[in-house]
Design a protein around this ligand. Structure first.
Ligand code: BG6
Length: 492
């Protein structure tokens, strides 16, 4: 029997406006939190723990970035999708994409975030994008908020810790649900909602003047995003019963370092701190294990009357997540100085001796994807969607313009094989959209040279280059995967 993916499996690729769209200052778009991300040198990257997500933002730093005329802010130009969307979508169609994940830049629709009326020019831009996708039969998968938080809501309202932001978000969500009714069916509310509980600024708009992260404000902001997400889900279903809304988690599967029971318990707790977000958004209530965490960290979440009912009544339809790696965890009593640290997506931790790592030190674990798919499906029993996965790597352009990215093909192939195994295990998997299907700016380091794409973009970390697009070897490989519905790699 020929092995292949289920009929209707949504193959595609993923991007986000803040790293891909560009068009800064064009079409009436307002300032976004991501516009303040400065280009980071490889040396700086080492001292900041691998990610700008880890450094708290202050008003002074923010104002400096907004007024700075000399620094480089690569997310402002991204890969210039704003002006090249037709060419890009034609390339996605050539690969056979069934779906394409993108985000709407909230400040393109409501430049300041708190206006009563949307910016027509911004709405018209996405009309053109969705029409172009529909022309090729590519289903848009749209994230409402992927780090493009309107900066005015930071300076005037203090970001998501302010409950008023819920209303602004719901107005924005309703506006786009109404406008794109019939054009978009799949929606995600907040990208990697759990990073708000680890950082604060990019997606939550939180400032910490003393340079320290404050967990109480972060979890209050998370609560407001939960409510906003539920209300948006309600609106999505009311406006068009065809709409399907997903939550989006940065999945962090944590392995215990040993079979010492304390290490096992540590892994259980790590898992809970990650699954807290999906537990609320899928089960519709706060899990009891968080009570202890809140108590021990002096966190008291303010619930308004009706909040519990909102969470319960409007859970999401499906669960989406990003998967880049697994981590290893050990009880503090069992830690020794020699345990090697490894870098990672928002987390740093102990290295797994059985795994290899990418150029950026992220450990590569295809089987971990099968583990996590099984675990998530066992827990929730709702459809899953892998909306990010991939290898950030340095690519070399040969003299004839070709790019031989066999390392990327190898990475993706191994993950796809494990996805298939998970489906065989009984997991309901809707689709797969590898991250940065076309090269774009890195979220954590603002580098262009950390490339994920099937499509190369001729631009460097400083924004020099033609921005011309070209096909890597992985482009042709992925085209075959989609054309054969996975059969080409599952049966070789
Ligand atoms: C996820 C984000 O955390 O990881 C993306 O949703 C991001 O926005 C991706 O780009 C990869 O991380 P990075 O730092 O390599 O761009």
């Amino acid at each position: 029997m020929t092995k292949q993916f289920p009929k209707g499996f949504l193959w595609g690729g993923a991007t986000a406006a803040n790293q891909y769209e560009g068009g800064f200052g064009e079409g009436g778009r307002g300032f976004a939190t991501s516009d303040t991300s400065r280009a980071v040198s490889p040396e700086e990257r080492k001292t900041m723990g691998g990610s700008e997500f880890n450094s708290p933002m202050t008003l002074e730093k923010l104002k400096f970035a907004m007024e700075d005329t000399e620094g480089l802010y690569p997310k402002r130009w991204g890969s210039d999708f704003y002006n090249r969307y037709k060419e890009d979508i034609a390339l996605f169609a050539e690969m056979g994409f069934k779906t394409f994940r993108l985000s709407i830049a909230w400040p393109r629709i409501f430049p300041k975030g708190d206006e009563l009326e949307p910016n027509e020019e911004g709405l018209a831009f996405y009309d053109k994008v969705f029409d172009e996708l529909n022309k090729y039969g590519i289903e848009p998968l749209v994230t409402l908020s992927h780090y493009e938080f309107p900066i005015h809501l930071v300076t005037e309202y203090g970001g998501w810790k302010n409950r008023k932001v819920i209303d602004f978000f719901v107005r924005y969500a309703e506006t786009v649900f109404n406008r794109y009714k019939g054009k978009v069916k799949y929606w995600l509310t907040f990208n990697e909602i759990n990073i708000l509980g680890m950082t604060g600024y990019l997606s939550g708009g939180l400032l910490f003047e003393d340079g320290k992260l404050h967990l109480d404000e972060m979890y209050q902001a998370v609560h407001h995003q939960f409510i906003a997400s539920s209300l948006a889900t309600k609106a999505a279903h009311e406006i068009d019963p065809e709409n399907k809304v997903g939550m989006m988690l940065a999945r962090m599967e944590a392995y215990p370092a040993t079979c010492h029971p304390d290490d096992i318990m540590n892994a259980v707790q790590k898992d809970q701190s990650n699954l807290f977000y999906s537990d609320v958004q899928i089960r519709g209530e706060y899990p009891r294990y968080m009570n202890r965490f809140f108590r021990e960290n002096n966190i008291e979440i303010k619930f308004e009357p009706g909040d519990e009912a909102i969470l319960k009544q409007y859970p999401v339809d499906f669960m989406s997540f990003s998967y880049y790696m697994t981590s290893v965890t050990r009880h503090p009593n069992n830690q020794t100085a020699e345990q090697k640290a490894t870098a990672g997506n928002l987390i740093t931790g102990e290295a797994n001796p059985y795994l290899e790592a990418s150029d950026w030190g992220w450990q590569i674990d295809p089987v971990g994807l099968r583990v996590t798919l099984n675990k998530l499906y066992d827990r929730y029993q709702i459809p899953l969607f892998i909306v990010e996965n991939g290898l950030g790597a340095l690519d070399t352009v040969e003299a004839d313009g070709s790019i031989h990215d066999s390392y990327r093909i190898d990475y993706l192939e191994k993950h796809i094989e494990q996805m298939y195994e998970a489906i065989e295990d009984g997991v309901e998997l809707m689709g797969y959209t590898p991250w940065g299907c076309i090269d774009l700016v890195s979220a954590s380091t603002s580098e262009m040279s950390k490339r994920y794409g099937f499509i190369y973009v001729d631009a460097d970390d400083q924004g020099n280059g033609t921005f011309d697009r070209s096909r890597k070897d992985s482009f042709f490989w992925y085209k075959d995967v989609i054309a054969t519905n996975g059969a080409n790699i599952l049966n070789d």
